[in-house]
Ligand binder design. Sequence first.
Ligand SMILES: NC(=O)C1=CN([C@@H]2O[C@H](COP(=O)(O)OP(=O)(O)OC[C@H]3O[C@@H](n4cnc5c(N)ncnc54)[C@H](O)[C@@H]3O)[C@@H](O)[C@H]2O)C=CC1
Ligand SMILES: O=C([O-])CC(=O)C(=O)O
Length: 268
Amino acid sequence: MKRVTMIGFGAIGAGVLELVRGNPEIAIDTVVVPDPADAALREALRRAAPGAKLAAEVELGAGRPDLIVECAGHSAIGQHVIPALERGVPCLVISVGALSEDGLAERLEEAARRGGTQAQLLPGAIGAIDALAAARLGGLEEVRYVGRKPPQAWKGTPAEAELDLDMVDEPVRIFVGTAREAAHRFPKNANVAATVALAGLGLDATRVELWADPRVEENQHHIDAQGAFGRLELTMSGKPLRANPKTSALTVFCVARALTNSAHAITI
Ligand SMILES: NC(=O)C1=CN([C@@H]2O[C@H](COP(=O)(O)OP(=O)(O)OC[C@H]3O[C@@H](n4cnc5c(N)ncnc54)[C@H](O)[C@@H]3O)[C@@H](O)[C@H]2O)C=CC1
Ligand SMILES: O=C([O-])CC(=O)C(=O)O
């Protein structure tokens, strides 16, 4: 049985706990949150994972976990993931856009090397990352990513300063630029842009557009890539989570799959 520490207990964390509950191979025994004394969170965790405890930090002493799964947000990478890698604990990472910060990808890699372990960047809400990363080996010429979400999914982002999201009745392009800038400016909405970039042409050579679109009810992700392998075109329409409309449900399934795969002899 794998002893797992989960970082973050929001929409993704709660969904993952529900999916792995009762799995005899995975024991999530600690959930790291900024305020472990929060009574409502304690009660929610008692219901979701009766054997688990809340903590402010990952235990990195003798009782360190076999595996860490990050589903918290960009700040958790520097705060929890890098120190855990340095102590040899493998980490599954969902907040991939954090690597848009100058030097963070290098620090992550160095920490994993020092600890003799690995950080696995999860595809989250998008598919075909395996194909894109393989295609890169043959040479990619162009990779473009377009993300489209309903206007309400852009609340709490810089888009709010530029338009009244409650009044948007036509698709509005709220960002065009590199994947690095997208991930940096929209840390809760452009992790997929960063993942597509890191698998393909890199954060600075991947063109990204982000749209607030009242005509879609789902979170739409479109990849267009070409290179020596041929051409890849993918559109995914992800149902948003009720608990957080910025996040697609597939993200939860992706994290749960990675967790269960970590305990299996054959993985797919
Ligand atoms: N790769 C992908 O496809 C996707 C990645 N994400 C990433 O996942 C993150 C979490 O998503 P949701 O669960 O929907 O968000 P949420 O806002 O519902 O939950 C975030 C949780 O993490 C906790 N948290 C935040 N910073 C923390 C820290 N430094 N240490 C410990 N806990 C911390 C919060 O208190 C909260 O419990 C997003 O911020 C985003 O960066 C989200 C959707 C898709
Ligand atoms: O969940 C999604 O649809 C994608 C998302 O938020 C992100 O890329 O950060």
